[in-house]
Design a protein around this ligand. Structure first.
Ligand code: DC
Length: 224
């Protein structure tokens, strides 16, 4: 489906599939804007935890979502005037994000906010439902995957590099649990759209995955 609006490249996939890094690099190469939609769910989760609100209380989390002062600038993620780039990446916030992301009213409240990122010259958006729900008219839809073992390994390496401790078996278990939660929820579950191109990055470097997405985008632009 062609659109006259700024083009969108939608990159969806499971956690730790590398979609965030790949999306960022593709956006840089094309000088497009970048939306890390998972960061929005993480911000809602952090604000909910800090307000002492039950993560499953849909109306209350919805109210937090409507009033959240989220912004992305200066290379950081902000909640009001606070730099929360690192605080939204903790395991506790990751688990909480996956819970608030299952609430239909929260997803609905974030729709307009995500679509507002679609500005000239274009947008690379990564998440779970970028191609299926938020930008169904995306010029290119990519479903980025890697085996659970490879994703656990990447997460392990990241944590080690940050000087944090990690346990492979627990990381793998966490990845399986999060995949299950993100895939079976009733609203906007993680799934590959019929019109998405699947790229398995298990044996690829980031640079290879980025080239592959750029090549697919060039091909999509040439398509009639
Ligand atoms: O991509 P991530 O790991 O930062 O995402 C955090 C959580 O938010 C994850 O559990 C899935 C959820 N999420 C979602 O439901 N829809 C999106 N578009 C992006 C993230």
């Amino acid at each position: 489906m062609k659109s006259n609006r700024p083009p969108v490249i939608a990159i969806d996939g499971p956690s730790a599939s590398g979609k965030g890094t790949v999306a960022q690099e593709v956006a840089r190469a094309l000088k497009f804007h970048h939306l890390d939609s998972g960061a929005l769910y993480r911000l809602v989760a952090l604000a909910t935890i800090e307000a002492g609100i039950d993560l499953e209380s849909e109306l209350r989390v919805y109210n937090i979502t409507l009033n959240i002062k989220a912004s992305f600038h200066s290379g950081a993620t902000w909640l009001g005037t606070r730099d929360v780039t690192d605080s939204i990446r903790t395991e506790a916030v990751s688990a909480a994000a996956s819970k608030v992301a299952a609430l239909p009213k929260v997803r609905e409240a974030l729709l307009g906010r995500q679509r507002a990122f679609r500005q000239p010259p274009g947008l690379v958006a990564d998440g779970r439902d970028m191609g299926s729900v938020v930008f169904p008219d995306a010029a290119l839809k990519v479903f980025l995957t890697a085996t659970p073992e490879e994703r656990a390994q990447r997460r392990y390496k990241q944590l080690m590099e940050k000087g944090m401790s990690a346990n492979m078996a627990l990381l793998l278990q966490d990845i399986h649990e999060r995949d299950a939660r993100d895939s079976v929820r009733a609203v906007a579950p993680l799934q590959k759209c019929a019109d998405a191109v699947e790229i398995d990055t298990t044996a690829m470097t980031v640079a290879e995955a980025v080239s592959k997405v750029l090549a697919q985008y060039a091909q999509a632009l040439r398509a009639p």
